[in-house]
Ligand binder design. Structure first.
Ligand code: KG4
Ligand code: ZN
Length: 341
Protein backbone atom coordinates (compact mmCIF):
# COMPACT_ATOMS: atom_id res chain seq x y z
CA UNK A 1 0.00 0.00 0.00
CA UNK A 2 1.32 3.42 -0.97
CA UNK A 3 1.82 6.05 1.69
CA UNK A 4 -1.28 8.05 2.61
CA UNK A 5 -1.42 11.58 1.27
CA UNK A 6 -3.04 14.06 3.63
CA UNK A 7 -3.76 17.62 2.55
CA UNK A 8 -4.79 20.71 4.44
CA UNK A 9 -7.25 22.61 2.23
CA UNK A 10 -8.22 26.28 2.40
CA UNK A 11 -11.13 28.04 0.65
CA UNK A 12 -11.98 31.75 0.90
CA UNK A 13 -13.10 32.80 -2.60
CA UNK A 14 -16.40 34.36 -1.58
CA UNK A 15 -18.20 34.56 1.76
CA UNK A 16 -17.23 31.28 3.41
CA UNK A 17 -13.99 30.93 5.36
CA UNK A 18 -13.29 27.21 5.17
CA UNK A 19 -10.55 24.72 5.98
CA UNK A 20 -10.49 20.93 5.75
CA UNK A 21 -8.17 17.97 6.09
CA UNK A 22 -8.57 15.35 3.36
CA UNK A 23 -6.83 11.97 3.19
CA UNK A 24 -6.11 10.32 -0.15
CA UNK A 25 -8.51 12.62 -1.95
CA UNK A 26 -11.78 11.09 -0.86
CA UNK A 27 -11.66 10.71 2.91
CA UNK A 28 -12.67 13.92 4.67
CA UNK A 29 -11.09 14.02 8.15
CA UNK A 30 -12.52 17.47 8.91
CA UNK A 31 -14.49 20.12 7.06
CA UNK A 32 -14.90 23.42 8.92
CA UNK A 33 -16.98 26.19 7.34
CA UNK A 34 -17.55 29.64 8.79
CA UNK A 35 -20.27 31.35 6.78
CA UNK A 36 -20.56 35.14 6.64
CA UNK A 37 -24.11 35.05 5.26
CA UNK A 38 -25.61 36.93 8.23
CA UNK A 39 -23.10 39.77 7.74
CA UNK A 40 -24.03 40.27 4.09
CA UNK A 41 -27.80 39.71 4.32
CA UNK A 42 -28.46 43.32 5.31
CA UNK A 43 -26.81 44.46 2.04
CA UNK A 44 -28.68 41.96 -0.14
CA UNK A 45 -25.46 40.38 -1.42
CA UNK A 46 -21.78 39.84 -0.67
CA UNK A 47 -19.80 43.03 0.00
CA UNK A 48 -16.20 42.14 -1.03
CA UNK A 49 -14.45 44.50 1.40
CA UNK A 50 -16.43 43.21 4.38
CA UNK A 51 -15.87 39.61 3.24
CA UNK A 52 -12.08 40.13 3.04
CA UNK A 53 -11.91 41.62 6.52
CA UNK A 54 -13.94 38.78 8.01
CA UNK A 55 -11.74 36.19 6.30
CA UNK A 56 -8.66 37.85 7.88
CA UNK A 57 -10.29 37.61 11.28
CA UNK A 58 -11.33 33.98 10.90
CA UNK A 59 -8.82 32.15 8.78
CA UNK A 60 -6.25 31.10 11.41
CA UNK A 61 -8.93 29.94 13.81
CA UNK A 62 -10.67 27.88 11.09
CA UNK A 63 -7.40 26.26 9.99
CA UNK A 64 -6.57 25.37 13.60
CA UNK A 65 -10.05 23.92 14.08
CA UNK A 66 -9.77 21.79 10.94
CA UNK A 67 -6.46 20.31 12.15
CA UNK A 68 -7.82 19.74 15.65
CA UNK A 69 -10.96 17.98 14.36
CA UNK A 70 -8.82 15.77 12.15
CA UNK A 71 -6.61 14.97 15.16
CA UNK A 72 -3.50 15.88 13.18
CA UNK A 73 -0.80 18.52 13.26
CA UNK A 74 0.60 20.67 10.48
CA UNK A 75 3.72 18.50 10.41
CA UNK A 76 1.60 15.56 9.27
CA UNK A 77 0.33 17.38 6.16
CA UNK A 78 1.80 16.39 2.80
CA UNK A 79 0.54 19.50 1.06
CA UNK A 80 -1.56 22.63 1.36
CA UNK A 81 -4.29 23.01 -1.24
CA UNK A 82 -5.73 26.50 -1.64
CA UNK A 83 -8.29 28.12 -3.93
CA UNK A 84 -6.54 30.82 -5.97
CA UNK A 85 -9.37 31.63 -8.40
CA UNK A 86 -11.90 32.40 -9.68
CA UNK A 87 -13.60 34.52 -7.06
CA UNK A 88 -13.38 37.88 -5.32
CA UNK A 89 -9.80 39.10 -5.29
CA UNK A 90 -9.68 40.33 -1.67
CA UNK A 91 -11.21 37.18 -0.19
CA UNK A 92 -9.02 34.95 -2.40
CA UNK A 93 -5.87 36.79 -1.29
CA UNK A 94 -6.58 36.01 2.35
CA UNK A 95 -6.63 32.23 1.77
CA UNK A 96 -3.71 32.31 -0.64
CA UNK A 97 -1.60 34.40 1.78
CA UNK A 98 -2.38 32.11 4.71
CA UNK A 99 -1.49 29.02 2.66
CA UNK A 100 1.76 30.61 1.43
CA UNK A 101 2.75 31.65 4.94
CA UNK A 102 2.24 28.11 6.25
CA UNK A 103 4.09 26.64 3.29
CA UNK A 104 7.00 29.07 3.77
CA UNK A 105 7.23 28.42 7.50
CA UNK A 106 6.99 24.63 7.31
CA UNK A 107 8.30 23.72 3.87
CA UNK A 108 5.08 21.86 3.08
CA UNK A 109 4.35 22.03 -0.66
CA UNK A 110 1.64 24.35 -1.92
CA UNK A 111 -0.98 23.34 -4.51
CA UNK A 112 -3.13 26.08 -6.07
CA UNK A 113 -6.64 24.84 -6.87
CA UNK A 114 -9.29 26.12 -9.27
CA UNK A 115 -12.55 26.78 -7.42
CA UNK A 116 -14.73 25.13 -10.09
CA UNK A 117 -12.47 22.08 -10.18
CA UNK A 118 -13.17 21.94 -6.45
CA UNK A 119 -16.94 22.03 -6.97
CA UNK A 120 -16.74 19.24 -9.57
CA UNK A 121 -14.46 17.17 -7.31
CA UNK A 122 -16.97 17.37 -4.44
CA UNK A 123 -18.69 14.51 -6.27
CA UNK A 124 -15.78 12.15 -5.56
CA UNK A 125 -16.14 12.42 -1.78
CA UNK A 126 -19.38 10.49 -1.30
CA UNK A 127 -19.36 8.59 -4.59
CA UNK A 128 -16.23 6.49 -4.07
CA UNK A 129 -16.81 4.64 -7.34
CA UNK A 130 -17.07 7.77 -9.49
CA UNK A 131 -14.21 8.19 -11.94
CA UNK A 132 -13.93 10.36 -15.05
CA UNK A 133 -15.10 10.57 -17.77
CA UNK A 134 -18.45 12.19 -17.03
CA UNK A 135 -20.41 15.34 -17.82
CA UNK A 136 -20.81 17.84 -14.98
CA UNK A 137 -23.19 20.76 -14.63
CA UNK A 138 -21.65 23.38 -12.36
CA UNK A 139 -24.31 25.84 -11.23
CA UNK A 140 -23.38 28.32 -8.52
CA UNK A 141 -23.73 31.97 -7.65
CA UNK A 142 -21.01 32.94 -10.09
CA UNK A 143 -21.02 30.16 -12.69
CA UNK A 144 -23.21 28.01 -14.90
CA UNK A 145 -20.93 25.68 -16.81
CA UNK A 146 -21.47 22.44 -18.65
CA UNK A 147 -18.15 20.62 -18.42
CA UNK A 148 -16.77 17.43 -19.93
CA UNK A 149 -14.64 15.89 -17.20
CA UNK A 150 -12.35 13.85 -19.44
CA UNK A 151 -9.90 12.84 -16.75
CA UNK A 152 -8.67 14.11 -13.39
CA UNK A 153 -7.61 17.69 -14.03
CA UNK A 154 -8.69 17.55 -17.67
CA UNK A 155 -11.74 19.60 -18.51
CA UNK A 156 -13.54 20.98 -21.52
CA UNK A 157 -16.20 23.62 -21.04
CA UNK A 158 -18.87 23.04 -23.70
CA UNK A 159 -21.47 25.50 -22.44
CA UNK A 160 -21.71 28.48 -20.13
CA UNK A 161 -24.00 31.34 -19.27
CA UNK A 162 -24.13 34.36 -21.55
CA UNK A 163 -25.31 36.62 -18.75
CA UNK A 164 -26.46 35.77 -15.21
CA UNK A 165 -25.38 32.57 -13.49
CA UNK A 166 -28.20 30.28 -12.32
CA UNK A 167 -27.58 31.10 -8.65
CA UNK A 168 -27.48 34.80 -9.43
CA UNK A 169 -30.94 34.50 -11.04
CA UNK A 170 -32.22 32.75 -7.91
CA UNK A 171 -30.75 35.52 -5.74
CA UNK A 172 -32.18 38.36 -7.86
CA UNK A 173 -35.67 36.87 -8.13
CA UNK A 174 -35.67 36.14 -4.40
CA UNK A 175 -34.84 39.76 -3.71
CA UNK A 176 -37.66 40.92 -6.03
CA UNK A 177 -40.24 38.86 -4.15
CA UNK A 178 -38.89 40.02 -0.80
CA UNK A 179 -37.15 36.84 0.34
CA UNK A 180 -33.69 38.30 0.90
CA UNK A 181 -30.19 36.88 0.47
CA UNK A 182 -29.19 34.18 -0.32
CA UNK A 183 -32.17 33.52 -2.51
CA UNK A 184 -31.59 29.94 -3.66
CA UNK A 185 -32.47 28.08 -0.46
CA UNK A 186 -35.39 30.47 0.23
CA UNK A 187 -36.94 29.99 -3.21
CA UNK A 188 -36.36 26.24 -2.90
CA UNK A 189 -38.37 26.22 0.34
CA UNK A 190 -41.16 28.57 -0.77
CA UNK A 191 -41.58 26.80 -4.13
CA UNK A 192 -42.72 23.67 -2.30
CA UNK A 193 -45.92 25.55 -1.36
CA UNK A 194 -46.52 26.93 -4.86
CA UNK A 195 -47.80 25.74 -8.22
CA UNK A 196 -45.01 25.43 -10.79
CA UNK A 197 -47.55 25.58 -13.65
CA UNK A 198 -49.24 28.78 -12.41
CA UNK A 199 -47.19 31.22 -14.49
CA UNK A 200 -45.40 30.45 -17.72
CA UNK A 201 -41.96 32.03 -17.72
CA UNK A 202 -39.69 31.74 -20.82
CA UNK A 203 -37.13 28.93 -21.27
CA UNK A 204 -34.29 30.68 -23.07
CA UNK A 205 -32.30 29.00 -25.83
CA UNK A 206 -29.07 30.44 -27.12
CA UNK A 207 -29.10 30.12 -30.92
CA UNK A 208 -25.39 29.65 -31.58
CA UNK A 209 -24.67 27.06 -28.89
CA UNK A 210 -27.23 24.53 -27.62
CA UNK A 211 -25.23 24.14 -24.40
CA UNK A 212 -25.02 27.80 -23.43
CA UNK A 213 -27.39 29.31 -20.90
CA UNK A 214 -29.07 32.69 -20.56
CA UNK A 215 -31.02 33.57 -17.44
CA UNK A 216 -31.36 37.35 -17.67
CA UNK A 217 -34.50 37.13 -19.88
CA UNK A 218 -36.15 34.86 -17.34
CA UNK A 219 -35.23 37.23 -14.53
CA UNK A 220 -36.71 40.17 -16.50
CA UNK A 221 -39.87 38.17 -17.22
CA UNK A 222 -40.34 37.62 -13.49
CA UNK A 223 -39.76 41.33 -12.76
CA UNK A 224 -42.22 42.31 -15.53
CA UNK A 225 -44.80 39.92 -14.16
CA UNK A 226 -44.43 41.43 -10.67
CA UNK A 227 -44.69 44.98 -12.08
CA UNK A 228 -47.74 44.13 -14.18
CA UNK A 229 -49.49 42.63 -11.15
CA UNK A 230 -48.59 45.73 -9.14
CA UNK A 231 -50.04 48.08 -11.80
CA UNK A 232 -53.26 46.10 -12.05
CA UNK A 233 -53.51 45.94 -8.28
CA UNK A 234 -53.55 42.13 -8.43
CA UNK A 235 -52.37 40.15 -5.46
CA UNK A 236 -49.11 38.26 -6.04
CA UNK A 237 -48.79 34.66 -4.89
CA UNK A 238 -45.05 34.60 -4.17
CA UNK A 239 -45.05 30.81 -3.75
CA UNK A 240 -46.41 30.42 -7.31
CA UNK A 241 -43.82 32.89 -8.64
CA UNK A 242 -41.03 30.99 -6.83
CA UNK A 243 -42.25 27.59 -8.06
CA UNK A 244 -42.82 28.74 -11.67
CA UNK A 245 -39.45 30.52 -11.84
CA UNK A 246 -37.64 27.54 -10.32
CA UNK A 247 -39.36 25.20 -12.77
CA UNK A 248 -38.13 27.33 -15.71
CA UNK A 249 -34.52 27.20 -14.44
CA UNK A 250 -34.69 23.48 -13.71
CA UNK A 251 -36.11 22.65 -17.15
CA UNK A 252 -33.38 24.56 -18.98
CA UNK A 253 -30.58 23.06 -16.85
CA UNK A 254 -31.94 19.53 -17.28
CA UNK A 255 -32.59 19.82 -21.05
CA UNK A 256 -29.18 21.30 -21.86
CA UNK A 257 -27.35 18.80 -19.66
CA UNK A 258 -29.13 15.72 -20.97
CA UNK A 259 -28.61 16.91 -24.54
CA UNK A 260 -24.86 17.16 -23.83
CA UNK A 261 -24.67 13.74 -22.18
CA UNK A 262 -26.32 12.13 -25.22
CA UNK A 263 -24.51 14.10 -27.91
CA UNK A 264 -21.11 13.41 -26.41
CA UNK A 265 -21.97 9.77 -25.68
CA UNK A 266 -21.27 9.76 -21.92
CA UNK A 267 -23.08 7.48 -19.48
CA UNK A 268 -22.39 9.38 -16.24
CA UNK A 269 -23.62 12.80 -15.21
CA UNK A 270 -22.90 14.86 -12.08
CA UNK A 271 -24.03 18.19 -10.66
CA UNK A 272 -22.04 20.63 -8.55
CA UNK A 273 -22.15 24.14 -7.05
CA UNK A 274 -24.61 25.84 -4.72
CA UNK A 275 -27.60 25.45 -7.05
CA UNK A 276 -26.96 21.69 -7.17
CA UNK A 277 -28.42 21.53 -3.67
CA UNK A 278 -31.81 22.65 -5.07
CA UNK A 279 -34.33 19.93 -4.26
CA UNK A 280 -36.43 20.31 -7.45
CA UNK A 281 -33.30 20.21 -9.61
CA UNK A 282 -32.00 17.08 -7.90
CA UNK A 283 -35.33 15.33 -8.26
CA UNK A 284 -35.65 16.29 -11.94
CA UNK A 285 -32.15 15.00 -12.73
CA UNK A 286 -32.68 11.86 -10.68
CA UNK A 287 -35.84 10.97 -12.61
CA UNK A 288 -34.50 11.90 -16.02
CA UNK A 289 -31.21 10.03 -15.58
CA UNK A 290 -32.99 6.98 -14.26
CA UNK A 291 -35.37 6.99 -17.25
CA UNK A 292 -32.45 7.30 -19.67
CA UNK A 293 -30.10 4.82 -17.99
CA UNK A 294 -27.52 7.45 -17.09
CA UNK A 295 -25.61 7.25 -13.79
CA UNK A 296 -26.47 10.33 -11.72
CA UNK A 297 -24.11 11.72 -9.08
CA UNK A 298 -24.44 14.66 -6.72
CA UNK A 299 -22.77 15.81 -3.52
CA UNK A 300 -24.67 16.28 -0.23
CA UNK A 301 -25.98 19.87 0.05
CA UNK A 302 -23.16 20.86 2.46
CA UNK A 303 -20.59 19.81 -0.15
CA UNK A 304 -22.47 21.66 -2.96
CA UNK A 305 -22.00 25.14 -1.50
CA UNK A 306 -18.51 26.50 -0.88
CA UNK A 307 -16.34 24.34 1.38
CA UNK A 308 -12.69 23.34 1.67
CA UNK A 309 -13.13 19.55 1.53
CA UNK A 310 -13.80 19.82 -2.20
CA UNK A 311 -10.59 21.85 -2.56
CA UNK A 312 -8.70 19.10 -0.73
CA UNK A 313 -10.11 16.51 -3.14
CA UNK A 314 -9.29 18.52 -6.26
CA UNK A 315 -5.89 19.38 -4.74
CA UNK A 316 -5.12 15.69 -4.20
CA UNK A 317 -5.52 14.84 -7.88
CA UNK A 318 -3.43 17.89 -8.82
CA UNK A 319 -0.82 16.81 -6.26
CA UNK A 320 -0.72 13.32 -7.80
CA UNK A 321 -0.20 14.90 -11.21
CA UNK A 322 2.86 16.64 -9.79
CA UNK A 323 1.34 20.12 -9.58
CA UNK A 324 3.19 22.32 -7.07
CA UNK A 325 2.74 26.08 -6.76
CA UNK A 326 5.51 28.51 -5.93
CA UNK A 327 5.44 31.13 -3.22
CA UNK A 328 4.61 33.59 -5.99
CA UNK A 329 1.12 32.04 -6.25
CA UNK A 330 -1.34 34.91 -6.66
CA UNK A 331 -5.11 35.29 -6.53
CA UNK A 332 -6.60 35.16 -10.05
CA UNK A 333 -10.18 36.47 -9.90
CA UNK A 334 -11.13 35.37 -13.42
CA UNK A 335 -9.10 32.15 -13.64
CA UNK A 336 -10.34 29.90 -16.48
CA UNK A 337 -10.93 26.20 -15.92
CA UNK A 338 -7.98 24.21 -17.19
CA UNK A 339 -5.73 27.27 -17.20
CA UNK A 340 -2.60 27.08 -15.07
CA UNK A 341 -0.96 30.26 -13.84
O1 KG4 B 1 -21.27 27.41 -4.91
P1 KG4 B 1 -21.76 28.54 -4.07
O2 KG4 B 1 -21.81 28.33 -2.58
O3 KG4 B 1 -20.89 29.83 -4.29
C1 KG4 B 1 -20.34 30.18 -5.53
O4 KG4 B 1 -19.26 29.64 -5.88
O5 KG4 B 1 -21.01 31.00 -6.21
O6 KG4 B 1 -23.19 28.94 -4.63
C2 KG4 B 1 -23.97 29.92 -4.04
C3 KG4 B 1 -25.23 30.06 -4.87
C4 KG4 B 1 -26.12 31.23 -4.42
O7 KG4 B 1 -26.51 31.96 -5.58
C5 KG4 B 1 -27.32 30.53 -3.80
O8 KG4 B 1 -28.52 31.27 -3.91
C6 KG4 B 1 -27.36 29.23 -4.60
O9 KG4 B 1 -26.03 28.88 -4.78
N1 KG4 B 1 -28.07 28.17 -3.86
C7 KG4 B 1 -29.22 27.61 -4.29
C8 KG4 B 1 -29.62 26.70 -3.28
N2 KG4 B 1 -28.69 26.74 -2.29
C9 KG4 B 1 -27.74 27.64 -2.67
N3 KG4 B 1 -29.94 27.82 -5.41
C10 KG4 B 1 -31.06 27.12 -5.54
N4 KG4 B 1 -31.53 26.24 -4.62
C11 KG4 B 1 -30.84 26.00 -3.48
N5 KG4 B 1 -31.30 25.13 -2.57
ZN1 ZN C 1 -18.46 28.13 -5.28
Amino acid sequence: MDKDIVLLAIESSCDETAAAVVKNGREVLSNVISSQIDLHTVYGGVVPEIASRKHVEKINQIIREALREAGLTLKEMDGIAVTYGPGLVGPLLVGVSAAKAISFATGIPLVGVHHIEGHISANYIENKELEPPFVCLVASGGHSHLVLVKDYGEYEIIGQTRDDAAGEAFDKVARAIGLGYPGGPKIDRLAKEGNAEAIHFPRAKVEENAYDFSFSGLKSAVLNYLNACGMKGEEICTADVAASFQQAVVEVLVEHSMHAVKQYGYDKFAIAGGVASNSALRLAFYERCRAEGIGFYHPSPILCTDNAAMIGTAGYYEYLRGVRSGLDLNAVPNLKLGEKV
